[in-house]
Design a protein around this ligand. Structure first.
Ligand SMILES: O=c1ccn([C@H]2C[C@H](O)[C@@H](COP(=O)(O)OP(=O)(O)OP(=O)(O)O)O2)c(=O)[nH]1
Ligand SMILES: [Mg+2]
Length: 149
């Protein structure tokens, strides 16, 4: 079995009574993030929610905040900006912009409930090189369903 790439991520618990990000299973990609507050989202409502943690993502990596599929399927909860980007230089609290997409039912959360998940991924940095025209390719400018539905 291939082993997972590990990276040390310094973590500050801004709200020490809350559990730190936690991987539910050994090989999960995402570590669950919790809400630091109780709140209710009315149908169509969005809210920026604190998670009680701050991290120092190492240079060359990015933190990505993804929705949880269970909340999506059962309650219509997603993130407005999915996935959220946690830059390597960011030292503030990780916050999650939740959205209730359900048209008729409100959803309540209690402090400590899992609301999203944090993934760590390596990233490259583009050195943009301006050119007059781009090299031809098989796809060319085709996109947005050009290969059929
Ligand atoms: O879901 C998110 C998205 C972002 N952030 C924090 C970390 C990130 O490094 C910073 C800026 O995010 P982004 O670049 O996506 O937002 P922006 O609107 O471009 O703000 P800025 O002008 O500060 O870059 O906000 C979060 O805590 N949660
Ligand atoms: Mg930005």
């Amino acid at each position: 079995m291939t082993s997972l790439e590990h990276v040390t991520v310094p973590l500050q618990q801004l709200d020490p009574e809350l559990p730190p990000p936690h991987y539910a299973h050994e090989t999960d990609a995402g570590a669950d993030l919790v809400t630091s507050e109780d709140f209710t989202l009315e149908p169509g409502e969005r809210r920026l929610v604190g998670t009680g943690v701050a991290v120092a993502v190492p240079a060359g990596w990015v933190g990505l905040v993804h929705p949880r599929s269970g909340l999506a399927v059962k309650h219509g909860i997603t993130l407005v900006n999915t996935p959220g980007t946690i830059d390597a230089g960011y030292r503030g609290e990780i916050k999650v912009c939740l959205l209730n997409t359900d048209r008729s039912t409100s959803v309540s959360f209690r402090r400590g409930d899992r609301i999203a998940q944090l993934l760590l991924q390596p990233v490259g940095r583009a050195d943009f090189a301006t050119v007059a025209s781009l090299e031809d390719s098989d796809r060319g400018a085709g996109g947005f369903g050009s290969t059929g539905v």
